[in-house]
Design a protein. Structure first.
Lengths: 423, 360
């Protein structure tokens, strides 16, 4: 008898919205005219091209309005990674940067080629603004702290960090030092759940992505306050005021504007629902597996509403993902590449999750189309798969609890890591 | 208690089916993903992540454990260094032969047996036969077009006693793919990799340019000594090669000889040039699976993977060199390649081609 055999799952539940979101049908409809009907190069001189140009600039204006900024301060890019790279291109040759240890790879990779200080985070992933203050040096030109972390969901105190950066700026002004210092925040993972108004965040640069808010991939923006001097990374025809050459992605940017519009409008009703479903899932898993370890802040207001990071100590997340995939449930392991390289993720390393706990980590992210039925189905499947693996590996509750407790003790010492308790 | 088998699982079609078959046959199976080469370049995506994911999927589907074993050190010190060294000398080595000898049937086998395996298995297309004497012979696969014994001639012969080749009996690759699909292994659509266990998508050229000092030199016409053009490193060329010479038109030209010391590539426009053909092979570094040097005589010889099996007079000299005399001239074989010798379907062993050099 052959061992496997294809078997269609009962139901398909996608729970990896932090990795990619489906394009919302309203976004798709908004983009539709700009593929074939109004396909013109916005720079072309004849009248019909004007339609493309106007749509593009209208989209830029809506994006600017939605983040509370001026349209001419928005640089449209091919995604958040490019926007992050562009933010780091403001640095002068000997400019020093301050980042935290759980930033997205694109930020950490940019920072790696500059003199830098990487500040550590608390066990719940939070950056202490005072650590940022201590890390700033006379040559620091850029502080980059994300608005929310995409792996464990931690929301960072960007506003408080902005105050510290402003104080340093004031100090330099008073001392007659003319080296600038800016605060950059990557808000890619946050835009669906939090306000991304730059005036209230008080940052100087902000990255957004369309791909995480039900818009198209490879579309993003960098907003920069008008006193920040940007330097182009991609030169050519001088589009985007010379800051990002290349024929404008009209359809993509129109879709981005529509996506951010929807995200902003629906936020008030969407966030509580995401939170409710996430907490439902967390409760189910915590009841079933009291030894499971949940990472990220305990308080709901300090973490992304649709994200649940759970570790099943001593189990292998890759096996769990495959078993779940066979049952139609698609979840992430955090940073896919890190997991497959047999390295634990830099985020889990930074918050001190021991390896034997980290290796069994799932990042489950809920999105706009997710229903309570989906969550119940997913919870059932996760329970069965995890129980199955526990049996297969012959692990006892006691071993699992001890493996999980190792990290619980760290968390208690660290102060704020949650364990499998109820919310 | 069923026998414990450690199977090398790469996530490819053949090893995946091998793994599934062993589980079905009732063995106590542990799958091992061998990590041999993972040069992590900054900003590059981990190239082997997808293979590992496929391997994991297969392991979960058939219900066995998958471990990842790191052989990077062994691979580097035997296969990679050997490869770079050979190319530096102007030879064209066969890294898969080395990989099987030192990694798959070397370090992997050793570690598996040390950890309690009774047997090891791979997805190679090959078969073994137990003789009454207790010895084990290596036989070509049932599918002659896929036979991989060409890559196995340097493996220590006694190892085969404890080796299983579950796909060696399959009549063809189509059947293998169908068998994968029937089991829902999810790998049946993957392309054949034909034993390229090296550098993957990077390509040997890119790798060599990175590892060896590239320097421009002359392309010289073999017959006349006339300089026809320039090349960017003699080590990049091999006997018989036609492409990549970039001589700007004219007749097709073939590489006749590569002199890495003088950094000269010799070419000819005459496909019948005696320098391109040979009627014998000199082999060095001979290895015999039974550890017994066979008597001189007529055997079958293969000088490339799935290449033609030619009947030839094989004369081992008792040390480590062998002379092979061919009934008809064949295209000259690059130094560094393997010549494998068969008695009927039994693989006896072989040697590394080291001559003859072309004569003016």
């Amino acid at each position: 008898m052959p061992v496997g055999g294809p078997n269609a799952p009962q139901r398909e539940v996608y729970l990896d919205f932090a990795a990619a979101t489906p394009v919302d049908r309203r976004v798709l409809a908004a983009m539709q005219p700009y593929w074939s009907a109004c396909f013109y190069n916005p720079s072309a001189p004849y009248a019909p091209a004007r339609g493309a140009r106007d749509a593009y600039e209208r989209a830029r204006s809506s994006l600017a309005r939605l983040i509370g900024a001026r349209p001419d301060c928005v640089v449209l890019t091919a995604g958040a990674t490019e926007a992050n790279n562009l933010a780091f291109a403001t640095l002068s040759e000997d400019g020093h940067v301050v980042v935290d240890a759980i930033e997205h790879e694109s930020v950490l990779a940019c920072a790696a080629s500059h003199p830098r200080k990487t500040v550590l985070v608390a066990p719940d992933g939070r950056v202490d603004p005072e650590d940022i203050r201590r890390a700033i040096r006379p040559k620091t030109e850029l502080v980059s702290v994300e608005l929310a972390n995409g792996e464990i969901g931690t929301i960072q105190p960007v506003r408080q960090i902005a105050c510290i950066v402003a104080q340093e700026r004031a100090r330099r002004l008073a001392a007659g030092q003319d080296r600038p210092i800016w605060l950059h925040t990557d808000a890619s993972q946050a835009a669906g759940a939090l306000s991304v108004e730059v005036s209230s965040l008080n940052c100087d640069l902000m990255t957004l992505s369309a791909a995480k808010i039900y818009g198209p991939k490879q579309v993003g923006l960098l907003w920069a306050a008008d006193d920040v001097r940007l330097r182009p990374l991609i030169v050519g025809g001088g589009q985007e005021s010379g800051l990002r050459s290349g024929t404008e992605n009209v359809a993509g940017v129109v879709g981005f504007a529509q996506a951010l519009e929807l995200a902003t409008r629906m936020r008030a009703e969407e966030v509580p629902e995401l939170r409710r479903l996430r907490n439902l899932l967390q409760r189910r898993l915590a009841e079933e597996f009291p030894w499971a370890v949940f990472s990220g802040p305990r308080q709901d207001k300090l973490r992304l509403p649709g994200l649940l990071h759970v570790s099943f100590p001593l189990l292998d997340a890759r096996r769990l993902v495959i078993s779940l995939e066979r049952r139609g449930v698609y979840v992430g392991t955090g940073s896919a590449c890190a997991a497959s390289r047999m390295r634990s993720s830099h985020v889990l390393d930074a918050i001190g999750v021991p390896r034997q706990v980290a290796q069994g980590s799932l990042r489950i992210t809920i999105g706009r189309p997710t229903t309570e039925e989906d969550i119940r189905y997913a919870a059932d499947q996760i329970s069965e798969v995890v129980s199955g693996e526990v049996r297969r590996c012959g692990l006892t509750d006691r071993q699992l609890t001890e493996a999980g407790r190792a990290s619980y003790n760290d968390a208690v010492l660290g102060g704020s890591r949650q364990t499998g308790g109820l919310l | 208690m069923s026998a414990r088998v450690f199977v090398g699982l790469s996530g490819g079609v053949d090893s995946s089916l091998a793994c599934a078959l062993l589980v079905e046959q009732g063995y106590d199976v542990t799958a091992i993903y061998m990590r041999n080469w993972s040069r992590d370049l900054p900003g590059f995506r981990c190239p082997w992540a997808n293979d590992l994911a496929d391997a994991e999927r297969v392991a979960v589907t058939v219900g066995c454990d998958l471990l990842v074993w790191d052989f990077e050190k062994e691979y580097k010190s035997t296969v990679v260094d050997y490869l770079v060294d050979s190319y530096r000398r102007g030879w064209t080595p066969n890294p898969d032969v080395m990989c099987n000898q030192t990694v798959k049937f070397g370090a992997f086998a050793e570690r598996a047996f040390a950890q309690g395996a009774d047997l090891i298995a791979t997805g190679h297309y090959a078969r073994t036969r137990q003789l009454a004497s207790g010895a084990t012979e290596l036989l070509r696969a049932k599918d002659e077009h896929k036979d991989q014994t060409y890559f196995l001639w340097r493996v220590p012969g006694e190892t085969f006693k404890r080796v299983l080749f579950p796909v060696g009996d399959f009549a063809n690759k189509k059947e293998v793919r169908a068998a994968c699909a029937a089991r829902g292994l999810g790998v049946e659509g993957k392309p054949d990799s034909d034993g390229i266990c090296f550098v993957g998508p990077v390509g040997i050229r890119t790798f060599l340019l990175d590892s060896l000092k590239q320097r421009a030199g002359d392309i010289v016409e073999w017959e006349t000594g006339r300089v026809l053009g320039r090349h960017d490193g003699a080590f990049l060329f091999t006997v018989g090669q036609r492409r990549g010479l970039d001589l700007g038109g004219g007749p097709a030209r073939y590489v006749v000889d590569v002199d890495t010391k003088a950094n000269i590539v010799y070419v000819t426009s005459d496909p019948q040039s005696p320098a391109l053909w040979t009627d014998r092979l000199q082999l060095a570094d001979a290895h015999w699976l039974s550890r017994k040097v066979p008597a001189a005589g007529r055997y079958l010889v293969r000088s490339r993977h799935t290449g033609k099996l030619r009947e030839a007079l094989v004369k081992p000299d008792g040390t480590s060199s062998v002379e092979v005399i061919l009934p008809q001239a064949m295209k000259r074989v690059a130094c560094g390649q393997s010549a494998v010798i068969y008695d009927g379907e039994v693989c006896l062993g072989g040697g590394i081609v080291c001559g003859p050099e072309p004569v003016h």
